[in-house]
Design a protein around this ligand. Structure first.
Ligand code: TXA
Ligand code: MG
Length: 334
């Protein structure tokens, strides 16, 4: 599905010229550029409006390319074990960076985040290019990540960004970020692969933040994606517990969009966007649903906090908490 060999060759040429190419992954679309070309990487920062202190993920097509961006000896047995268990897939591994990786990629820091995405179009792109690509989510900084080519087209001009079509993303929630640089492995950003799965592969405990909470350790902002407000639509968003969040808005004058897995009864002034009950379905739908809600011109988006258990539901609640203006369980605004 999506881009074929000709489009991929065209995209490779753009990358070689220092240009920016949006690529599909199994999680969300990424904004790609040559990770070893500081000017190309600077273009990505400026297109996104991303603070220079927030480092980018480097995308590789296999483990040997990952070794090229890691410092000597930094691609440890732990890194190998994780890559072999979860790549290609939604796990980003943070290790000490090789001197050849430009400082702009890593926010000036000594570590690099590496991931091999599970999408045939992008694996072919990286292989054809022959080197690693930076790839932050292809959205203006702080906004909702894109899960379709149209989401990317809506944010960037065609002369700035070539979009490779890989259809709608299967996963819908950004990769898990795990750091191997501290005294113990630590999840910095929750994602589809849970801390328990990582711990099982490593054979030792893995630190992890509570959904929506700051990262473990007291280092200042080890992973800026952990900033409390992130992944947010433009419209105010609140989280609501309970099975019928539509009820909370009965008789109110403001226009509300409710995202709910329970299909609450229709009420005047309340538009319901029904959400899937299963975690993979919910994750794949979430960002598109938030974008739809944003276009409805409502005063407020209210999301029923989904109750499910497991790593993917934890990651979903983490993103919802970051998109929300208030903490889960907060009172309805007056
Ligand atoms: O699924 C994904 O990871 C998507 C697709 C496109 O691969 N990419 C993505 O990139 O979500 P971005 O830039 O939106 O989020 C990258 C996260 C941020 O939270 C960033 O702070 C963190 O990874 N990060 C990047 N480099 C890091 C490093 N060296 N140390 C710690 N955290 C890092
Ligand atoms: Mg992002």
């Amino acid at each position: 599905m999506g881009a074929g060999p000709e489009e991929i060759a065209h995209a490779v040429a753009r990358l070689r010229a220092g240009g920016v190419v949006a690529f599909p992954t199994e999680t969300v679309y990424g904004l790609g550029a040559d990770a070893l070309n500081p000017d190309a990487v600077a273009r990505v920062f400026s297109l996104k409006g991303r603070p220079a202190t927030n480092p980018l993920i480097v995308h590789v097509c296999d483990e040997s390319m990952a070794r090229r961006v890691a410092a000597d000896g930094a691609w440890t047995r732990d890194a190998q074990a994780l890559a072999r268990a979860f790549w290609p897939g939604p796990l980003t591994i943070v290790v000490a960076r090789a001197p050849g990786v430009p400082g702009i990629v890593t926010g000036g820091g000594p570590t690099v985040a590496v991931r091999c995405p599970d999408h045939h179009v992008t694996l072919a792109l990286i292989e054809g290019f022959g080197g690693p690509l930076v790839g932050p989510s292809a959205n203006p900084s702080g906004g909702v990540s894109p899960t379709t080519p149209d989401h990317v087209h809506a944010a960037f001009a065609p002369e700035d960004v070539l979009v490779l079509d890989g259809g709608a993303c299967r996963g819908g929630i950004e990769s898990t970020v795990v750091s191997l640089v501290g005294p113990e492995p630590a999840v910095l950003r929750r994602g589809p692969i849970g801390p328990d799965e990582i711990a099982r592969v490593l054979g030792r405990p893995v630190a992890s933040p509570a959904p929506g909470a700051a990262a473990p350790g007291d280092a200042p902002a080890p992973s800026p994606g952990m900033q409390p407000r992130h992944y947010a639509p433009r419209t105010r968003l609140i989280l609501l517990p309970g099975a019928d969040p539509g009820e909370a808005f009965a008789g109110r004058a403001d226009r509300v969009v409710v995202l709910s897995i329970d299909a609450p009864a229709p009420r005047p002034g309340v538009t319901v966007i029904p959400m899937p009950r299963d975690a993979p379905g919910y994750a794949a739908r979430l960002y598109a649903a938030l974008r739809e809600a944003d276009t409805l011109g409502a005063d407020l988006i209210a999301v029923q906090t989904p109750p499910g258990r497991g790593p993917l539901w934890d990651a979903i609640r983490d993103r919802l908490a970051r998109a929300a203006e208030r903490e889960p369980g907060a009172q309805l605004p007056p």
